[in-house]
Design a protein around this ligand. Structure first.
Ligand code: FES
Length: 544
């Protein structure tokens, strides 16, 4: 390789874990950022080594990037364990890369700093500001309803993603990087910087410099993460109107750190935390506006009273010290606590005979009239069934129907794809219907919206009650009472259960088979059973 001993001897080896690929649109700037990190590492007296790891492209992977989150987590853990590495810079941003890299680093328990990819710039088409994901779904619905033509749709497509960076709404990517920062795993303010802003390069070099110091100080994830830091993360998730996906990832990350997060903890915290970030899909603005308004540091300082500011962070200071003096310069983008965009937090947990182990809804993204609704079920057995019938003119559906999708959960799909924003039937779109109650064991993109009940647990593919719903059954949703109820008598449900047969398993070999054997349910974080238990890495034998 051309290195001499003077290049590395006696210096901390800093691994730069890079989730770049030509098929990950969100990370196209990472080759340059690797050079920025290396600059910082060299300056601080370290020896940087770039290690490519699985990229997890949200838009291009089938059945879903979520299917491979645990694979990247395993890879991260093993890469950090098996190489002679003293500290790591974890480069991610596109949805699942953040939890995967952090889960692996927690289990390896090597000094690690997270480098968030940063959001894209605002999208624009014909003078209208566009948000990735959210406006894709909106304009697609209009196209299906016949209110815009293909030319307009192409214009939206060309204008919606105009720079490197992850989705710039408060989708899963922005939510998870904000959570990483709140947990204390990034430099202060890192998660809000737009990907192509010059500050992003400076932050990358700073992260490299700090990784070298962390190696000498031996600051490990176990020194930073605690029950209080995870409570802070949930608090911020609620205050930013974060993605429903964050619940699954937080449970999984906390599990790796030995912190148990029952679903009820999310609901308890959501009761007392208002949504103050006025960002799409819950609000109006985009991440570039959020950065200009003061970014996450400003928001954290604004909700300071709701946080445990004594938690440690990667820079050696407390969360409180990192946000001291952080200002908000636009109260419309980051609202004051007495003028939130929603008084209660972003995500509610529901239970009932249809979801004994819980399910999730994001009420800030739903039409308020549907938050209390009872209607007849319209059931699709799987996604193929939905695609083949949803737009049929003879479909027996009205705006009051409750659309149900089965076999879309962790085992069913498999991989729990983001199918949960089930499409409104075309014939209703043409009548002007834009929201309906929809229920599934799938997830939903953080950029999506609508009255979508998600993560129903246990899932239908393993015999959860969702598998027993039939067309015409009355389903009651009462978000305020946190209730989801199937109005079918118990003896009838018992009869249906006797007749029920599990769907055929998709994979008979390879990673798919491992996934089917090991993946837990949504309320348990979908981590693999054999990876989930907390604990320190297995000690290396003396020969090493
Ligand atoms: Fe990567 Fe949205 S596609 S974050």
């Amino acid at each position: 390789m051309g290195y001499g001993a003077a290049d590395y001897a006696g210096k901390p080896v800093v691994a730069i874990l890079n989730t770049w690929s030509d098929l990950n649109t969100c990370h196209t700037h990472f080759p340059q950022r690797v050079e920025d990190v290396k600059r910082g590492v060299y300056q601080a007296g370290g020896f940087p080594v770039e290690i490519p790891v699985t990229s997890l492209s949200e838009t291009f992977m089938k059945p879903s990037a979520m299917f491979y989150r645990n694979m990247l987590a395993m890879e991260t853990e093993e890469v950090l364990r098996c190489h002679p590495i003293d500290a790591a810079v974890l480069m991610g941003g596109c949805d699942k890369t953040t939890p995967a890299l952090i889960m692996g680093a927690i289990s390896a328990n090597v000094p690690a700093i997270y480098l968030p990819a940063g959001p894209m710039l605002r999208g624009n088409f014909n003078g209208t500001t566009l948000g990735s994901g959210t406006d894709t779904w909106k304009y697609w619905a209009e196209y299906c309803a016949g209110t815009i033509d293909q030319c307009t749709l192409r214009g939206v497509e060309d204008g919606i993603a105009r720079s490197a960076g992850h989705c710039m709404t408060m989708g899963t990517a922005s939510t998870m990087t904000a959570i990483a920062e709140t947990l204390g795993l990034t430099l202060p303010g890192a998660s809000s910087i737009p990907a192509v802003h010059s500050s992003h390069s400076r932050m990358a070099a700073d992260s490299g410099r700090r990784a070298v110091e962390m190696a000498w100080e031996d600051v490990k994830p176990s020194d930073i993460l605690s029950p209080a830091s995870f409570d802070n993360a949930i608090t911020v998730d609620m205050a930013i109107g974060g993605s429903t996906n964050a619940i699954i990832h937080l449970i999984a990350m906390a599990g790796r750190a030995g912190v148990k997060l029952p679903l009820e903890r999310f609901d308890e915290i959501s009761h007392r935390v208002p949504v103050v970030a006025n960002l799409r899909p819950s609000g109006e603005f985009l991440m570039e506006d959020f950065y200009d308004a003061g970014g996450l540091r400003g928001l954290l300082n604004r909700i300071r009273g709701l946080l445990d500011v004594s938690c440690r962070t990667v820079n050696g200071r407390t969360l409180g010290e990192n946000i001291d003096g952080a200002a908000v310069c636009n109260d419309d983008v980051i609202r004051t606590l007495d003028k939130p965009i929603s008084q209660a937090g972003a995500t509610f947990i529901l239970r009932g005979n249809l979801a004994p182990d819980g399910c999730v809804i994001k009420p800030t993204c739903a039409e308020p009239r549907l938050l209390r609704h009872t209607g007849p079920a319209l059931v699709f057995a799987n996604y193929a069934d939905l695609k083949s019938r949803i737009d049929g003119e003879s479909l027996n559906v009205t705006a009051d129907s409750v659309i149900v999708l089965q076999s879309a959960g962790p085992q069913g799909a498999p991989g729990m794809p983001e199918w949960g924003m089930l499409p409104i039937p075309k014939k209703l779109l043409r009548q002007g219907v834009r929201d309906m109650v929809r229920i599934s064991d799938a997830r939903m993109s953080g950029t999506s919206y609508g009255t979508c009940v998600l993560h129903v647990s246990p899932e239908s593919a393993i015999g959860g009650p969702l598998a027993l719903v039939r067309d015409g059954d009355r389903i009651e949703l009462d978000v305020h009472a946190r209730r989801l109820h199937l109005h079918v008598a118990d003896d009838e449900l018992a009869r249906r259960r006797e007749q029920w047969r599990p769907p055929q398993r998709r994979f008979d070999r390879g990673y798919g088979l491992l996934f089917a054997a090991e993946c837990t349910q949504a309320h348990e974080g979908c981590d693999f059973k054999f990876l989930h238990p907390a604990g320190r890495p297995t000690p290396e034998p003396d020969i090493y």
